[in-house]
Design a protein around this ligand. Structure first.
Ligand code: SF4
Length: 193
């Protein structure tokens, strides 16, 4: 496991201009699963090849395909696929406004991955092989099982699902001390971006 030194990097992050300045929506299409939903294709002029492995290692349930230079992950109910050539697809969207919000999140992720790669260099094959995917069932074993809802999710298992998709941090549970929280973070993310 590698800690990217997230806390100490905030000042440096402010000084580095973001690599991905804009993701434009280039296509709006009907979603394949529901006629009431849309999917979009976003594009950026940046080549993203070197950032995909970093995102793959950071996002717990992500998949990475070296052959097609792409990685995919779930965010909320959306399947997001990022291609190294700068294309991003997002499914299951309510409208264009939601698409813009999700693409803003993707842009932020890419820029955080870029800061990581600038500081640590390209991801090595050894580091890539460190990835193990923890399921919500496995993550739930580390939670307090109070089902109190104080983390914003009504059950510990629901919170474990959010942890498994990278949408929440163990720090949101007030019953995990900082040591336990850090231990879970390390299980979820191979690197911190
Ligand atoms: S705050 Fe902690 S104990 Fe309460 S439901 Fe969330 S994860 Fe479970």
């Amino acid at each position: 496991m590698v800690d990217g030194g997230q806390k100490g990097s905030s000042l440096i992050n402010l000084l580095i201009p973001p690599r991905v300045k804009e993701i434009k929506i280039s296509e709006v299409l009907p979603c394949l699963t529901s006629s009431e939903r849309i999917r979009v294709v976003g594009t950026t002029s940046e080549n993203l090849d070197d950032l995909l492995p970093a995102l793959y290692l950071y996002l717990p349930q992500a998949t990475y395909n070296k052959q097609s230079e792409s990685m995919s992950f779930m965010f909320q109910e959306h399947l997001i696929t990022i291609f190294g050539a700068g294309k991003i697809t997002v499914t299951n969207l309510k409208d264009r406004e939601e698409a813009e919000n999700v693409l803003r999140y993707v842009k932020d992720l890419l820029n955080r991955a870029s800061i990581y790669v600038n500081r640590h260099g390209k991801i090595s094959p050894e580091l890539m092989s460190c990835k193990t995917k923890l399921s919500p069932i496995e993550l739930n074993k580390f939670l307090p099982k109070k089902d109190c809802g104080e983390c914003g999710v009504s059950t510990c298992y629901g919170f474990a699902i959010k942890l498994a998709t990278g949408e929440n941090s163990p720090r949101a549970c007030p019953y995990l001390d900082s040591e336990k929280s850090a231990e879970i973070e390390k299980k979820i993310h191979v690197i911190q971006i």
